[in-house]
Design a protein around this ligand. Structure first.
Ligand code: C2O
Length: 536
């Protein structure tokens, strides 16, 4: 098998967007950062060298990290951060995965500028299950903040109120057309008439789900979160932070220029940065001064447009790529995910409470030693394994007006025996307000066997579960005022983070971890930690 080596120098870089400059944290001076190319079964070694004043850690989002949890990356969950002046070599093998993923910093809010694509090609000689595109292009959607995001976190934690939103969305690092800063550049996608292009689209933004579309062009979705899907045609992609979607774009319109947009989707009427990022699709054969074709932008609350995309997703489930859906369940869990309140003596403006986010009423407290180390070396007092599998009491989760209650705090994990079949119903709540939460699970892909509005009904809803070809992914949007049911097989020993991929909610505590015990066989145990694993 092949080994690819990468060097990630984490450095500050003065960067200009929206007509003003500021130093940002980058990998190798680039925003977005470099793309990692690998093939299925390759081993990847990334030497991350920290040259900045912040602690750093990098997560390879969606890479299963089978038995190599040490290389997963979330700070204080699987590793202590890489301190200024230090380095760490992430060493992992990609197995049974192919498609598009992303890597990003997994500490504080550094991922706002520290992120990039992971492109996993099929094994040598193995074709895609769809016609080979003429070219492949990575499209990274992101955010640009004029302010220092560390100040935004402080604001979120101290004021008790929702923090600021970004100043612009970006496509491959650029906001595109902005009214009061006309001189800046934007990303241009050059295509030849008649050819097909694969766009590997990634939402690397911090806090907003996005719609992606291209004027007058249909897109054929073929893969999400590095799993193949049954291809379908659509105008508009919905993509949450942490999710990836590969589409085929056919350059089948009259040669010319077509606007590409990434615009926010939020199915609740709270403050949203509604600046739309734009790029340009440009046919090579375009004649000078041919007009530009614009596109309508979906309203921010266009839930039907989002649902049309989400409800079309099915696993490919072919002979070569069967959907291995767990048909029975050993651990059936029910997690309420949402926002609530937490006592905050310093929050004067909000009468001593602040917004908190929780799962089953527990707001997660970050430890100061990595959970995986505490588990492996049996260090006591770092976490408890009493994370509740059910909420402490039943209420109308999606009711209006919501029932308010206070959360409790703790560093709790849920313990799973090796190879358990797990079902988690993720129930959105309206305690603070209805909102869609993109929930990400580390270490596994899961099957999305059910999804619905209102309160989950354990008697009726399982009858409608799709156990044949449900989509398989690593990040799933829990619909606002609704629920999703996921299933996975806990065959990867280690400590695995589960959290909302909206950074503001993670900061407020919408996170927990599964502890998957070792099995008995030689290939059923977590490998020993690498020698250079950072210390806390
Ligand atoms: Cu992409 Cu724990 O995150």
């Amino acid at each position: 098998c092949r080994v690819s080596h990468y060097k990630f120098n984490v450095v500050m870089k003065n960067t200009t967007r929206l007509c003003s400059s500021k130093p940002i944290v980058t990998v190798n001076g680039r925003f977005p950062g470099p793309t990692i190319y690998a093939r299925e079964d390759d081993t990847v070694l990334v030497n991350v060298v920290n040259h900045v004043k912040y602690n750093v850690s990098i997560h390879w989002h969606g890479i299963r990290q089978f038995r190599t949890g040490w290389a997963d990356g979330p700070a204080y969950i699987t590793q202590c951060p890489i301190q200024p002046g230090q380095n760490f070599v992430y060493n992992f093998t990609i197995s049974s995965q192919r498609g598009t993923l992303l890597w990003h910093a997994h500490i504080l809010w550094l991922r706002v500028t520290v992120h990039g694509a992971i492109v996993i090609l099929p094994k040598f000689g193995v074709p895609y299950p769809f016609p080979k595109p003429h070219k492949e292009i990575v499209i990274i959607l992101g955010e640009w903040w004029k302010s220092d995001v560390e100040d935004v976190i402080d604001e979120a934690l101290k004021s008790g109120m929702a923090p600021n939103v970004s100043d612009a969305h970006t496509i491959n690092g650029f906001p595109g057309f902005v009214p009061n800063c006309p001189s800046q550049g934007g990303f241009t996608l050059k295509v030849k008439s008649g050819k097909a292009y694969m766009l590997r689209i990634i939402n690397a933004g911090l806090n907003e789900e996005l719609f992606f579309k291209i004027a007058r062009h249909k897109l054929t979705a073929v893969e999400v979160d590095a799993t193949y899907i049954k291809p379908f045609q659509i105008d508009t992609i919905e993509i949450a932070p942490g999710q990836t979607t590969s589409v085929i774009l056919k350059a089948d319109q009259c040669p010319g220029k077509y606007v590409v947009t990434a615009s926010p989707f939020l199915d609740t009427p709270v403050e949203v940065d509604n600046m739309t990022a734009t790029a340009m699709l440009h046919y090579y054969s375009t004649v000078a001064n041919s007009p530009t074709t614009f596109t309508s932008i979906p309203p921010t609350n266009a839930t039907p447009i989002a649902n049309k995309f989400i409800e079309s997703l099915r696993s490919l489930n072919s002979k070569t790529y069967p959907a291995k859906v767990p048909l029975f369940v050993d651990h059936s869990l029910f997690f309420t995910v949402g926002l609530g309140f937490f006592p905050c003596p310093t929050c004067k403006a909000t009468n001593g409470i602040r917004a908190a986010a929780d799962i089953n009423n527990v707001t997660f407290v970050m430890p100061t030693t990595a959970l995986l180390q505490a588990h492996y070396f049996n260090i006591k007092g770092v976490f408890t394994d009493d994370f509740p599998g059910y909420p402490p009491f039943v209420f109308n989760y999606t009711g209006d007006p919501p029932k308010n209650f206070q959360t409790t705090a703790g560093t709790k994990v849920y313990r799973l025996p090796y190879d358990s079949m797990v079902q988690v119903v993720l129930q959105g709540t309206t305690v603070l307000g209805p909102e869609n939460h993109p929930i990400h699970l580390h270490g596994f892909n899961f099957f999305v066997v059910g999804r619905g509005l209102g309160n989950y009904n354990p008697k009726k809803d399982p009858k409608r579960f799709n156990l044949v070809d449900p989509v398989e992914r690593n990040t799933i949007g829990v619909p606002s005022r609704g629920w999703v049911a996921i299933r996975f097989r806990a065959d990867n020993p280690g400590v695995w983070f589960l959290h909302c991929h909206l950074e503001v909610h993670t900061t407020w505590g919408l996170k927990m971890a599964f502890l998957v015990e070792n099995g008995k066989g030689p290939n059923e145990c977590l490998l020993p930690p690498p020698k250079d694993l950072p210390k806390c």
